[in-house]
Design a protein around this ligand. Structure first.
Ligand SMILES: [Zn+2]
Length: 203
């Protein structure tokens, strides 16, 4: 049976690497993988082609989508639901937190015909669920965590946004590029750093 899968993890949890390894695995078995990523992430474009790249060096060409795209239309455009090939096709989505609720609903319907595997973050730097992740929790047939560790060795659960070494707690949800960095931390370290930062700057 085909399913909608949601694999989530904190920053640095090798989600993208896992997505790319899975793509390789499917292709080895004769499947065709349609790899998608949201257009909000412009970091990885070369010669007009879009790529998904992981920090450990894996990389693959992908199809970009925007929040305006309809996955039924995209499926038609790339002949993903073609009756002759659909049984061999697979959809993998990286950075799936940026899907809209509507797109997740479309993918849920599409997952009746082929496996749809979504990899991404659960929460933003304000510790709130992303729109896409929320809908995926509601609709996915299979949900699993990709674990990663904090510097202290505990499990990282918070996606901390850092600007010049300080934790940022306000601003837009999407802030790619610039000097800001994201780091996966456990709640204990996050709280400790936040409190020492507040002591230092709010007096
Ligand atoms: Zn920690």
């Amino acid at each position: 049976m085909n399913k909608l899968y949601f694999r989530y993890g904190a920053m640095g949890s090798s989600k993208t690497a896992q997505a790319l390894m899975l793509k390789f695995n499917y292709e080895q078995k004769g499947h065709t993988v349609f790899l998608f990523k949201p257009v909000v992430d412009k970091r990885c474009e070369e010669n007009g082609k879009a790529y998904v790249a992981s920090r450990i060096g894996l990389k693959a060409e992908c199809i970009e989508f925007s929040s305006q795209d309809d996955f039924w239309q995209l499926s038609q455009e790339y002949a993903i639901l073609n009756v002759k090939t659909v049984s061999k096709n697979v959809i993998i989505i990286d950075e799936c937190q940026f899907l809209t609720a509507k797109q997740v609903e479309q993918l849920k319907e599409i997952s009746l015909y082929l496996p749809v595997l979504c990899f991404g973050l659960l929460t933003n730097y304000k510790t709130e669920l992303f729109e896409g992740s929320k809908r995926l929790i509601e609709l996915a047939d299979s949900i699993a965590e990709v674990k990663s560790v904090c510097k202290c060795g505990r499990k990282a659960t918070i996606n901390v946004r850092l600007s010049k070494g300080l934790i940022v707690t306000q601003g837009n949800e999407i802030e790619i590029g610039g000097d800001d960095k994201y780091e996966g931390m456990c709640y204990y370290c996050y709280k400790k750093k936040l409190l020492s930062q507040q002591k230092k700057y709010n007096k």
